[in-house]
Design a binder for this molecule. Sequence first.
Ligand code: HSE
Length: 344
Amino acid sequence: MITQYKLAIIGFGNVGQGLAKILSDKYTFLKEKFGVDIRIVAVCDLNKGSIADRNGIDPTKLLKHIELNGDLKNFSDINTDWNAEETIGNSGADILVELTYTNLETAEPALTHVKLAMNNGMHISMTNKGPVALFFPELKKIANKNKVQIGIEGTVMSGTPALSIASEMLLPAGITKIQGILNGTTNYMLGEMEAGADYESALKQAQDLGYAEANPAGDVDGHDAAAKVVILGNLLMDLALSLSDVDCTGISKLSPDDIKQATANNKRWKLIGNVEKTQSGYIAFVKPQMLSYEHPLAAISGATNAITYSTELLGDITLIGPGAGRMETGYAIIEDILSIHKNK
Ligand code: HSE
């Protein structure tokens, strides 16, 4: 039996285009092998324009148009003048794919989009960390009330299934501590700087490769990693962390001399995120640490991330995989949809 899923995509930057490319390449495979007929029925982007077609929009055509024109204006007669809210209300979609810019102060506009969609009976798939780090318990209540599901796999380690593996298979083993490299941009930059690049050009490369946030301050100041610490702690350790509970230092103050000094001592800098339960509560932080070359996390390079889950029953389990990128994060939406399909 084949089940159809109609996606309304809000925000069509790197991740949305990565998702469209995956659907362009894998639509038939996903349908035949997993029974899901995944169609994009609407795309709405503040700068690029809006389109909608209840029968489905050809993702190959969509990408070609963006490549040639840079936006969706003049796509065809399926252009609309809908804003995000109108797209959610009018498109006939059953899943909102929320891909607008992460806002770690108010979570808007994503928060409004997600609430509206759930109250309209739509499932959610989001890679946007704002609503998840700031309002997840409230969103879960709205989801339960409306009998819909929320997929958030892409909020931590992009398409590497760090959240589903942990929440489905490691929770019973008793997770006591989670530590790792949780930001692709800074890990990539630290590697480039160790190889001699200056800070600005390393950041520019990370932006060009689609790793950085729309505002890369969130990456280099450590706030993106801190949001992931909050998400991990709350989802997997029953904590009720806010961003202000995470002691956060980024990489922007690391000087070329700091990097050279580490190399001279057979060490390298890594931005480490950590959350652990203690007898008196918890410890949660993000900070640059100098690791010796033998340390397991020292070898994690580029935009790759790694998470070590320390558990009571299994000891340490480490997951290494992509932490950022167009296709890598676009793939997280596919995982969310398959999970929605399985749990329906
Ligand atoms: N800017 C983020 C990073 C994207 O570099 O890790 C993935 O959350």
